[in-house]
Design a protein around this ligand. Structure first.
Ligand code: HEM
Ligand code: HEM
Length: 137
C-alpha cells in the first residue's frame, strides 16, 4: 500500500506538466506558428494541440491538486511529513490562487499577476525536482 504514494506523486507531476506546457506552447506559437499561412496544415494541427492545453489549463492544475491531497494523505499514513514536499505543495496551492485571481478577477488580462504566476510555477518545478532528488525527505 505504501508504494501507492509514489504513484500519486508521479500523477501530480503529470498534472503540473500539462499546466506548465501552457508557457512553451504559447511561446512557440507566438515565435513561429503565427507567421505561417492561416491555411497551412502545420498551423492548423498545432492549434488543435494548443487549444485544449490552454482551455483546460485550470483543470490540469485541479487534477494535480487532487493527486497532491491523495499523495499527502498516503505518505502521512505510511511514510513521513516531507519538508520538501510541503514546500512544493505550498507553492502549487499559492499558484492556484494567483491563477484563479488572474482568471476570474482579472479576466485573463495580462498584468503583474501573470509574471508572478509564471515565477511561482518555476519555483514549484524546482522544488518538485529537489523533493524527488532527496527521495521525499
Ligand atoms: C507538489 C507536490 C509533490 C510532488 C509533485 C511529489 C512527488 C513525489 C514523487 C514523484 C515521489 C516518488 C519519488 C520516487 O519515485 O522515488 C514522492 C515521494 C515522496 N513524497 Fe512527495 N510530492 C509532493 C508533495 C509531498 C508532500 C506534501 C508530502 C508530505 C507528506 C510528500 C511526501 C513524500 C514522501 C514521504 C515520499 C517518499 C516516499 C517513499 O520513498 O516511499 N510529498 N513525491
Ligand atoms: C499547478 C498550478 C499551476 C501552474 C503550474 C500554472 C502555470 C502557468 C504558466 C507557466 C502560465 C504561463 C503561460 C503563459 O505565459 O501564457 C500560466 C498561465 C495562466 N494560468 Fe496557470 N498555472 C497553474 C494553475 C492555474 C489555475 C488554477 C488557474 C485558474 C483558475 C490558472 C490560470 C491561468 C491563466 C488565466 C493564465 C494566462 C494564460 C491563459 O489564459 O492560459 N492557472 N499558468
Amino acid at each position: 500500500m505504501g508504494d501507492y504514494g509514489k504513484i500519486f506523486g508521479w500523477l501530480i507531476i503529470v498534472g503540473v506538466g500539462f499546466s506548465v506546457l501552457n508557457y512553451p506552447i504559447k511561446l512557440i506559437s507566438r515565435r513561429w506558428i503565427s507567421r505561417l499561412d492561416r491555411e497551412s496544415v502545420l498551423r492548423k494541427s498545432y492549434m488543435m494541440i494548443q487549444k485544449p492545453i490552454v482551455k483546460y489549463h485550470r483543470y490540469f492544475a485541479a487534477f494535480a491538486s487532487l493527486m497532491m491531497i491523495i499523495h499527502l494523505i498516503v505518505q502521512l499514513q505510511y511514510r513521513w511529513l516531507s519538508t520538501t514536499g510541503v514546500v512544493a505543495a505550498g507553492l502549487l496551492v499559492l499558484n492556484g490562487f494567483v491563477g484563479g485571481y488572474g482568471h476570474y478577477v482579472k479576466k485573463k488580462k495580462k498584468s503583474l499577476w501573470l509574471y508572478i504566476h509564471r515565477f511561482v510555477a518555476f519555483l514549484a518545478v524546482v522544488s518538485i525536482v529537489v523533493h524527488i532528488v532527496l527521495r521525499g525527505r
